[in-house]
Ligand binder design. Structure first.
Ligand code: HEC
Length: 319
């Protein structure tokens, strides 16, 4: 075997090559295959052992062949072998990038002035530095033309793009992490699909007591402004999640619904506000005003008519 690469390079390189190929071809979702399918760990172990075995076999074949050589052949062989693997390509690259003189030849470029024994070498500029410098010049020209002549985009636009991208990432995150909502973080979901999902949940679980249109039977009317347990998305979320007062029949739905689903059905309930059900149940509870946002106009729930109701709500607020 007259190969130049020593075994301690050959074995790891082959091993990681096979490792990489394995990871590339085995579809294991987010996690690497080696964690997703523990059997692959045995496979890699086997590969490693086979590689080592091949090396050992090659070494012993080499040894046997060596024994068959004549004395002269042995000598030549050993001589060739003692030339160790050298990083010739790396050394050449380094040399090309620096153009430095070897210490032995420095005498050729030493300058003739001499300050108290300190002398100067007239080295050429190292090519890596020179090309980097040319690179900066090209870059500056491109930059100048692109941003100061053509005016591709400016910092403000760049900032807006980044904010928009971040916003999108947040939306994406929220979509996958919806179940992180709780009563303190829940927001009204105005999204069509969320409301549709909420309606579906409502039709499956809630109509028995609140009727199809939320008008109420066993459970109270959900379309009016009167709430027993408080209106607004956060209170409604809490009521659905934790249930009503003991013995009234409204169970804690957190047992069977996920937080995201509760948020959807709560939003659907809020969206029922102001609709006219076929058989509305008598109002129960009190008119609810949002304490945080009395002038809030985007909430569907706080549509207090301007005049007559005002006295009512102030009464409630004072109690
Ligand atoms: C077994 C009958 C029953 C079912 C099913 C039921 N509820 Fe209720 N619900 C009630 C009763 C009774 C109350 C009143 C609780 C109280 O007075 O403490 C209530 C209260 C509520 C309230 C608070 C109303 C207020 O005025 O504060 C909301 C909101 C509500 N339910 C939503 C739902 C949703 C959403 C579902 C379906 C996931 C549902 N309910 C399923 C019986 C039911």
């Amino acid at each position: 075997m007259s190969t130049k690469t020593p075994w301690w390079i050959r074995v790891p390189v082959l091993f990681f090559l096979i490792f990489g190929l394995m990871e590339f071809f085995i579809d294991s979702g987010d996690k690497p295959a080696i964690i997703e399918y523990p059997i692959t760990q045995f496979f890699l172990l086997l590969v490693l052992m086979i590689l080592i075995a091949i090396e050992l076999i090659l070494a012993s074949i080499e040894n046997i062949m060596f024994q068959t050589l004549s004395e002269e052949g042995k000598e030549r062989y050993l001589e060739a072998k003692s030339k160790k693997y050298e990083w010739t390509w790396a050394k050449n690259l380094m040399k090309n990038l620096t153009k430095s003189r070897s210490i032995e030849r420095e005498g050729e470029i030493v300058l003739d002035h001499n300050y108290d024994g300190i002398r100067e070498l007239d080295n050429v500029l190292p090519p890596w530095w020179v090309y980097l410098f040319y690179g900066t010049i090209i870059f500056s020209v491109v930059y100048l033309v692109r941003f100061h002549v053509i005016g591709d985009y400016d910092q403000a636009q760049e900032y807006e793009q980044e904010v928009a991208a971040a916003q999108q990432a947040i939306e994406e995150y929220k979509r996958t992490a919806k179940d992180l909502v709780d009563a303190s973080t829940v927001e009204f979901l105005s999204n069509e699909s969320d409301l549709a999902a909420g309606e579906k949940i409502f039709q499956t679980n809630c109509v028995a007591c609140h009727t199809q249109d939320g008008g109420g039977s066993i459970g109270p009317n959900l379309t009016d402004k009167y709430w027993i347990l408080g209106g607004g998305i956060k209170n409604v979320f809490t009521t659905i999640s934790e249930g009503g007062r003991d013995g009234k029949g409204m169970i804690a739905w957190k047992q069977s619904l996920k937080p995201a689903e509760i948020a959807q059905v709560a939003s659907y309930v809020i969206s029922l506000g102001g609709t006219t059900p076929a058989n509305p149940k008598e109002p129960e509870g009190e008119i609810w005003v949002d304490p945080n946002a009395p002038e809030d106009t985007n909430g569907t729930e706080s549509e207090t008519p301007p005049t007559e109701q005002v006295s009512d709500s102030t009464e409630v607020a004072m109690q």
